[in-house]
Structures are given as C-alpha cells and as structure tokens.
Design a protein around this ligand. Structure first.
Ligand code: NDP
Ligand code: 8X3
Length: 250
C-alpha cells in the first residue's frame, strides 16, 4: 500500500531532498514549512510522482501545529512516516556574546517544534500500532564544538528526546530513529549567518561537504528496512570531517 510521509522543513536542504526522493519512490507527501510560495512550487513539481499536500505553519506555534494536523484531508489523514527535520542554527558566537533571540529561536524550533509536531502525529500511530519517526539530529548533538553552545544544546536535546521516544514507544509498533548528519551544504549556514551568503559560502570551501541528497538517501534506506529492523541512531560525516567541530573555523 502507498505510504504517506509528513516532512517538516521541506522547503529546502535535507527536507526538500528527502521529499523529492520519497516522491520518486511513490510515497505520498505532506510537506511543511513557513514559505508558502516554495511549498506551492515544490508541490507542483512533485505532483507528477505522487499525491502532495502542503501545510504552512511555524513549528513554534503549537496551536497552529495542532490545528493543521487535526484537519488533514481524508487521503492524507494516515501518516505512516514522520520526518522531524525543521530546524536551523542561529548565530555562531561564544556563549558570552550570544543573542537571547537566537537562543530562543534554536530551542523553540529545534526542540519544542519537534515535540509539538510529534505530539500531534503520535496518537494515530499509537492507535494503528505502526509508524516510523525519524528525528534529524546532528553531530552537534553528539559533541559540542566551539561557539556552537546553544545549537549543540538543542541537538543534544533532540538526541535525548529520540532516545526517550524510542523507550516510551517500545512495544507499540513504532520505529524511532535519529539520523545525525555532519556538515551538509544547504541553506543552513545562510540562516546561521543571517543572510550573509559570502560568510555562509566559506563554511563549505576547500573540502567536499555532504549534500542534502546524501542524507535523503540514508533516510530512504532507514524507512525501507524490513519491518523488524530499526536504524536507531546513525551518524554520518563527509570524508574531511572527523568530529563535530566545523571543518572551516569561520
Ligand atoms: P535548511 O535551512 O536548508 O532547511 C531548514 C528547513 O527548516 C527549511 O525548510 C525551513 O523552512 C524549516 N524551518 C526552519 N525554521 C522553521 C520554523 N520555525 N517552522 C517551520 N519550519 C522551519 O537547512 P538543513 O536542510 O541543513 O536543515 C534541516 C535539518 O538538518 C535541521 O534540523 C538542521 O539542524 C539539521 N542539520 C543540518 C546540518 C547541516 O550541516 N546543514 C547538519 C546536521 C543537522 P521555512 O524557512 O520555509 O520555514
Ligand atoms: C550541524 C551542522 O555546521 O553546525 O548540525 O556542524 S554544523
């Protein structure tokens, strides 16, 4: 039977690459993000492969998350796969120079947003005794790097939540997995450096970073394992990265 996946943060980077690969493999999609124009264009592009429903909301808005996921059209109402991907870093400063607005954004989006979406989707998975949740963590969730402080804390929280979810949902037929990428060339650094594309570009210079399609491949591998196999926790880096520390210390 054709499956349906809900992907948060589907307007760019890892989320978009995953949406594209899922679509090409005939998985129906619910795609979420804040940028409606992009969602509409992506929907148009992927409709040739599968059914695509788009939802515009900010994952920080718990009421919007709850409302929108409670009123899905019938043909999208069963979510088999949830990819908790929406997230970003904001700033790269020593803790003493960090902005409280940046801290709020990272903790509210990367941690609380992931929880709100999961809370809205879990009841139906529990009632069916099946489902697959993939949480996009990071190497930054395994090891802290200089100036990464709060971003790393948010991804350490994702690591803990992933473990907690897997424990609490054990026995309910739901797979819970964390995929933890190292440096991936997406809009991530543009967001981190608040639109400074020159600075963002330098992050990925002089080495070959991961591409979003590399992570999409791994996510697709995880969701296509036999029913008894769960990829619980997987870390992936490019050849030139050996720890969570950013290769180019910007
Ligand atoms: P991108 O900036 O390319 O994509 C981020 C996505 O998250 C966008 O689709 C964006 O959509 C969405 N998003 C951000 N904030 C919100 C919000 N408040 N509400 C709803 N959606 C939001 O970055 P990546 O693809 O790299 O990032 C995806 C995930 O991968 C993140 O969780 C990131 O932490 C993680 N990651 C990234 C790595 C990297 O090196 N790039 C490495 C390890 C992990 P929109 O703006 O339309 O809302
Ligand atoms: C990790 C991305 O560039 O902060 O999520 O190491 S980076």
């Amino acid at each position: 039977m054709t499956k349906t996946a809900l992907i948060t943060g589907a307007t760019s980077g890892i989320g978009l690459a995953t949406a594209t690969l899922f679509a090409e493999n005939n998985i129906n999609l619910i795609l979420c993000g804040r940028r409606t124009e992009r969602l509409t264009a992506i929907q148009k592009d992927l409709l040739k492969y599968c059914k695509v429903h788009i939802l515009t909301f900010d994952v920080r808005d718990k009421n919007a998350v709850k409302e929108q996921l409670a009123h899905l059209p019938n043909e999208f109402s069963q979510i088999d796969i949830l990819i908790n991907n929406a997230g970003n870093a904001h700033g790269l400063e020593p803790i003493q120079d960090g902005s409280t607005d940046d801290w709020d954004a990272m903790l509210d989006i990367n941690v609380k947003g992931l929880l709100y979406v999961t809370k809205a989707v879990l009841p139906q998975m529990i009632s069916r005794n099946s489902g697959h949740i993939i949480n996009i963590g990071s190497t930054a969730g395994k090891e802290v790097y200089p100036n990464g402080n709060v971003y790393c804390a948010s991804k350490h929280a994702v690591d803990a939540i992933n473990q907690g979810m897997r424990l609490d949902l054990n026995g309910k037929g739901i797979k819970v997995a964390a995929i933890n990428p190292g440096m991936v060339e997406t809009e991530f650094s543009e967001v981190r450096f608040k639109g400074d594309t020159e600075k963002a570009g330098k992050v990925y210079q002089n080495f070959t970073p991961l591409q979003p399609e590399d992570i999409a491949d791994i996510i697709y591998f995880a969701i296509t394992r036999p029913p008894h196999v769960n990829i619980a926790d997987l870390t992936v880096m490019c050849l030139d990265q050996a720890s969570s520390t950013i290769v180019n210390k910007i």
